[in-house]
Design a protein around this ligand. Sequence first.
Ligand code: SAM
Length: 338
Amino acid sequence: MSSPEGHSGAPSNLLIDPCGRKIDYLRVSITDLCDLRCVYCRPPEGLKLISHDEILRYEEILAFIEVARDMGIRKIRVTGGEPLVRRGVLEFLSRLTAIEGIEDIGLTTNGVRLAGMAQALREAGLKRLNISLDSLRCAAFKAITGGDHLPAVLAGIEAALTEGFHPVKINVVLLRQFNEEDVPAFARLTLEKPVDVRFIERMPFGGEAVPLPPRPFSAREAMEIVEKHVGPLAPVPRDELDGPATMFTLDGAKGRIGIIDPISGHFCGTCNRLRLTAAGRLRPCLLGDSEIDVRSALRRGASREEVADIVRLAVLSKPGGRGSTHTRMAESMNRIGG
Ligand code: SAM
């Protein structure tokens, strides 16, 4: 598909949803496979994985992104599942970072394979990384993820810093029964290293082996723990790359601390995102179960305009607030793309 408009001439604000929000951010899940088994992300018996044929091919993803780019998408985050387990990911990223008109490309990883891939990821043109890490203690890390990979993830964080990734964000999902006591150590990490640690409230997705606690662990509570055990947190001005996080810093810190509060807060008002799942479905809202099939159109050789119509439909269906009144979403994050 070639662009009738050309990316450079395309207006950057074509995608405005019914609430007036400018949609310029696409999160792309390239696989539902993952090498960890996090208790809040999948049941112990394992998930029914999507068959190989159902997963969007890299060609299809890139073709879709070019259409989305022409409509005003400017930021892409590659995620999964675990994106670094999909064969060919480096070549895919090289092609993605070569697409003109996309201003910002990031990747979210569990960090398990990162140490061995950080240099190649930089060479593929990637500059920003989000690394998910829920505990700094081996036993708790294993209890949460099912694996003994904490040293590998820590080595991955070091490799990311050595390779000059910036920012390096560490995402910590707040799990009362598992990582309450890790909160001060995560905060102290920002004193030692130029990383952004972000405490994220656990959301009610399907396929969780561990039920949500009766009293949710809120981002506000994590801040109180930091202030009690480490030191006062001073607010810092947000920059565009902070997404939905509210950012703070400890005195003398090299990095920052963020909170992301999808449960206790109200951040839908600034949502600028669409999600493309690994199976090629466009999801207007993370917290809503509705999805629109785009894979069939890509596979039957639909025109750019037909694909663009699907993007417009997804933008028009973006709910103003949480996309579901359910207390729990049907799908788990590995299928949706975190
Ligand atoms: N494998 C990659 C990783 O671990 O970062 C990318 C995919 S993972 C699904 C993306 C993020 O979603 C991770 O930071 C994970 O902790 C988060 N996540 C998964 N289930 C969640 C839930 N129920 N609530 C909040 N965050 C969740």
